[in-house]
Design a protein around this ligand. Structure first.
Ligand code: APR
Length: 327
């Protein structure tokens, strides 16, 4: 018997809703577009790039997988830096920019990617003035702040992807270390997507037991360090380009939470205004995500040292974000 399409192959598809544009059809953008299409939630996924032909070709290729994977979402490719077809997007995921090379820090990308992100943000503001914008280009915290400035959008409508990814990396390492299903592990990282990432062991559990009860402190510290360097570890192995499977999974989940107005609570880079006694900075914290972007920052219990780490991260990114207006 022929293999059935994954989603059942029913001609009675459920209602698809809205349009998401993914800017940048590189590794991160194309895998994000594929994941979004396979969710079968959006009516249209638009994939764009400055390169002519690449997004069109990738869109055609993804569309040809529809009969096999059983999704109805249509993918549209738009090359040559055009925004035609993206108009009125509900969500825009910004992946345009250059990735790291081995030995580079995310901050080494700032000048190149600032020029790209500013130009993309201005185009998004012109063509999709009501969109929720999810930024993934690095350095993440600074590029998110810049995208908000350049779009002029309300701060809750511009957020960055980082905490979901860092948290997923931490959970994966814990599950591997203990030889347990990844589904039994809950972890959390806050702060910046970089050196001042703040893993939060007090909020980490394995089968609902505190992580500290099942793993020695020095092993937790090792996994925290590996998580903090999680992106660099992948870059060093790949030699060209940076990670995209786990990052695209995180960005796509955020876009899905927006269009479904789900209220899912996830760690994201968002504007913090008084929570944890921190104000006026884009920072990685937990937030409730819905149709208008960030509904509210969710302030959880932290230990004294975790709170100190978060405040330190806030000051470090604040200093860097202060300069983005000039980039
Ligand atoms: N508009 C649209 N697309 C652009 C623009 C622009 N102004 N400038 C560059 N691009 C496109 C490139 O043509 C390329 O196809 O962005 C894409 C980037 O793809 P990759 O080089 O494969 O990089 P990727 O791994 O996708 O990473 C993108 O995400 O994780 C971050 O640090 C990473 O900032 C980088 C971004």
């Amino acid at each position: 018997m022929a293999e059935q399409p994954r989603n059942g192959g029913s001609s009675q598809s459920r209602a698809l809703n809205g349009k998401v544009t993914v800017v940048g059809a590189g590794f991160y953008g194309s895998t994000t577009a594929l994941r979004l299409a396979e969710y079968d939630v959006f009516e249209t996924v638009v994939l764009t790039d400055i390169v002519e032909g690449k997004p069109e070709g990738l869109a055609l290729d993804i569309n040809q997988s529809r009969p096999i994977e059983g999704f109805e979402t249509k993918v549209v490719g738009v090359g040559g830096g055009s925004y035609e077809g993206t108009e009125g997007s509900d969500v825009v995921v910004v992946t345009a920019g250059v990735p790291r090379k081995p030995g580079m820090s995310r901050m080494d990308l700032i000048e190149t990617n600032a020029g790209i992100v500013r130009q993309v943000a201005e185009n998004v503001a012109r063509t999709s003035p009501d969109a929720v914008v999810i930024v993934v280009s690095n350095p993440l915290d600074e590029m998110t702040a810049l995208a908000q400035l350049a779009t002029g959008f309300p701060k809750q409508r511009v957020m960055g992807q980082a905490g979901m990814l860092d948290t997923a990396r931490f959970s994966h390492f814990v599950a591997e270390e203990l030889g347990v299903p990844v589904a039994s592990v809950r972890t959390l990282t806050l702060g910046s997507h970089g050196d001042t990432m703040v893993p939060v062991p007090s909020r980490c559990t394995v089968d609902s037991k505190p992580l500290a009860d099942v793993l020695a402190a020095d092993r937790i510290e090792d996994l925290v360090t590996r998580t903090r360097n999680g992106g660099a570890e992948v870059v060093a192995l790949l030699k060209t380009g940076s990670a995209y499977y786990a990052p695209s999974a995180a960005a796509a989940r955020m876009a899905k939470a927006v269009i479904e107005d789900s209220g899912a609570v996830m760690p994201v880079c968002t504007w913090v205004d008084g929570e944890y006694d921190i104000s006026g900075v884009y920072l990685g914290v937990e937030a409730e995500i819905g149709r208008e972007g960030v509904r509210r920052v969710v302030q959880g219990d932290l230990t004294e040292s975790e709170l100190a780490g978060l405040r330190e991260a806030a000051e470090a990114v604040r200093a860097k974000q202060a300069d983005v207006a000039d980039l």
